[in-house]
Design a protein. Sequence first.
Length: 325
Amino acid sequence: MSDDSLTVAVLRETVHGIPIDDYVAALRDRLPEHEVVLARTPSEEREVVQDADVVAGMNISDAVLEAFGDDVELFACAFAGTGHLPMDALRDRGVAVTNASGVHGPNMGEHALACILSFARRFHVARRQGDDDVWRSYPTHELAGSTVTVVGMGAIGTAVAERLDAFDVETVGVRHSPEKGGPVDRVVGYDDAAGVEAAFADSSYVVLACPLTDTTAGLVDHEAFVTMPSDAVLVNMARGPVVDTDDLVSAIRRHEIRGAALDVTDPEPLPSGHPLWDFDNVLVTPHNAGHTPNYYERLADILAENVERLADGRVDDEGFENQVA
């Protein structure tokens, strides 16, 4: 390694069961002039961060944070959300933080579309009949001509809206800054309560792709379910507490909506015996929408760019890509 090469320490926790070695290999392929080291044990984590310039991982234990050397300038979080990190402590140490925003766009866009189409063509009915060896025609729906509201217009929500463009639907986006627009037919702000309510009232499908904040916690509650058409389908890929679970169970039981596709729940994991397991018109996936075989490849692209910015002295002018703190 050259004298101006940097050291990237990768912590051992994996994402979606994909070997962390794949991430290390992708980084080494992109950063041949820099050193990428993998910590395989708690002791190794505490050791490698002492001499690192960049630390990459999902979480930071108190012990690892305490072991950070003075040269650490960046923690590259492998998740889009960073609420679980000790942000104040990192800030006090002068360590910048980046996230994985954008990594999940393609796969989660596909997941949302698959959920919508599954309910449009009522594949859950076919599956139930198939379990009983029953051959019987059943009525279906068409996605074309319907209205889809996407709550949250970040990388994931944008990817969902872009994939809906080919299906001849009306799209509504909900975001904090509606003036930023998006690949949708109209945009409303979270602070426009009447606009959000109108979007729910018009929608056959409501896709949640927003972060969990004070604004979005409990956003979809009894009032929202009553406002939605009775043939509406809820798709939650955000966080479980964005939806009031008791109100969702009640809405399903009372046929206030047509069904729900839940990749996240509250509580999570969804416990055995919970009522949501028992509904034929509720599809539950185990927080799996974020899974993609390309996860580490996309993540490595972001981190490699940031390492090069740091090595070239461009951070002061450009900042880091995906910097959140």
